[in-house]
Design a protein around this ligand. Sequence first.
Ligand code: F6R
Length: 361
Amino acid sequence: DMGGHDTYMHKEISEQPDAVDRVLRGRIDDRFSTVHLGGLNLDPREARTIRRIKILGCGTSYHAGLIGASLIEGMARIPADAEPASEFRYRNPVVDPDTLYIAVSQSGETYDVLAAVQELKRKGARVLGVVNVVGSAIAREADGGVYVHAGPEVCVVSTKCFTNTVVAFALLALHLGRIRDLSVTDGKRIIEGLRKLPAQIEEILKTEDEIKSIAAEYAGAQSMMFIGRVRGYPVALEASLKLKEISYIHAEAYPASELKHGPLALIEPALPTVAIVPDDDLLEKNRAALEEIKARSGRILAVAHQPQAKADHTIVVPKNEDELDPILMGIPLQLFAYHTALAMGRDIDKPRNLAKSVTVE
Ligand code: F6R
């Protein structure tokens, strides 16, 4: 049942304010400025001994894991990184007893992720899951974890589950941070930011008509570049994946800082760039990248907290805490991919060559 929407993708994008509300519900503890995560299975003593965190997932879940790693590193000050589960499995990784491994999966059935979890467990590692489908294979195999509570996701490409997974990571980061060195003040600040998310997402969804008319201008492109810096880079990766999956426009994502080391050669009027430009300490750096692109006559669509003079179009999103901005900046680009693909007549819910969950090697 699409509940009045033309596609499941549109329905699921629209459900995000409620979905985010669900992942937060019952977990915030204002008294101690932290969050409770019932199924985590990690006591504070153990949480303090973690030396590293390694996040494993595929596709969109890997991208959510990249943002998750930066949230954990930022709030809990534990070195953290994310890697595609499939790559991890095949490189005979060193399994370290002081590392906490986290498997991320919407379906909980993705074979590459499941196989990585099983291999890690066989070697004695502790593995948590950040999973949407309750009771799925990865959820059962993990030692504990955080459910994402996005609700069923039917469209082949993931939207609301991506957003909720990132919010789940923010909760985990806050939880670990408050056990370790995150101050009460910072805990409060993040909690306030989390509580603002549903209404801010609602505000972004109201700009759909504007995003649709912008998308119409880019629908003919052969190829698009997506750039972002530090927190913005995984947002660029995810937005470019979404665009290619449903529109079949070739897209690639680069850290904005890497432009001058090669991809700048591609920039010309026929290759538009989508730039993630949050109002944070990297704003000036990001603006410099826009200038470099403009100097080569590249068209620019910016996703930013204020209109960008160098951009041909800016989608303005509401500001949250710096750490949580990536959650909001991804959302207009889901709508951008959606309307670009729709303008090109694509089958949004069933893109060619793709299946909802990849349960084979
Ligand atoms: C992209 C997409 C895929 C999945 C990937 C992992 O829109 O849906 O990239 O994210 O196949 O699936 P899960 O999260 O079920 O493990």
